[in-house]
Design a protein around this ligand. Sequence first.
Ligand code: NAP
Length: 281
Amino acid sequence: MTAFIIDGKKLAAAKRETIAHIVKERNLHPHLAIILANDNPASAIYVEKKIEACKQVGICAKLYKMPSSSDETDLLNMIDTLNKDNGVHGLFLQLPVGDHLDSHKIIQSIAPEKDVDGLTYTNIGRVMASAPSLAPCTPTGVMELLRHENIPLAGKHAVIIGRSLLFGKPMGQMLLQADCTVTHCHSKTIDLPSITRQADILIAAVGKAEMVKGDWIKDGAVVIDVGINRGTDGKLVGDVDFAQASEIASAITPVPGGVGPMTVACLLHNTVKAAAHDFTV
Ligand code: NAP
């Protein structure tokens, strides 16, 4: 079997058009504040890409660059100022932050109604309760990819490798709400391949280059690769061995060009929801 390649770039472009339309139609003037407090070149590139995407849809994005030596109080003060600024609708902290900082504590200080990354406990809680919310962008993007490709979900066994608050846990919840039977795997899982081979939908979010091999995958499964890693040649690769997996899966997301562009598009969508004060937009 040669897998159908799920084109996240194309779907994200279509989603950006829809968002631009909503911004115009509702006469919104969304403002997004991005806090960058590290000197990581990859983070700077991600931020640039997000600012560029914001421009395309009519969102005004402003970068708040802070020294990587900033301490917790500096970041909490910056977030407090932006929380209180009525001209700022959305706010997120580009991750990772330095090891000297408690990223969870800092993220939880973001006002939930401005938390466009969807990582505050309020917004994660709303996802658990199936309430409209600023939901975490990456799992939301994965759901949109699955739905756009009409991949049947009800009754299917979804296996997620990863249980982070950022991705794995909300992803499981969203699939559960879509009537999948969900299994989470993690670093303590015993005999991982024997579990992944049971998946109708296999989602890898580990951060280990090409860890998932072809013989870990059931014939005809749908494979969603969330991982972003540098291969030995410096190129971006996912958590799945794409060449092997695409011979076995029925559909697969590439890296780059799969989940990543949808994550950015969902961040734009959340910013527009925050500006509209309406999570159902
Ligand atoms: P994370 O917080 O580091 O979580 C990684 C998860 O993988 C953990 O649950 C960990 O288990 C599990 N794990 C680690 N080694 C494992 C192993 N050998 N076998 C099975 N499970 C293992 O990472 P994250 O934030 O969820 O992100 C995961 C990956 O997705 C990263 O590559 C990240 O760059 C990428 N990502 C991409 C996007 C995008 O837009 N495409 C967005 C977000 C993240 P434990 O819980 O037991 O430690």
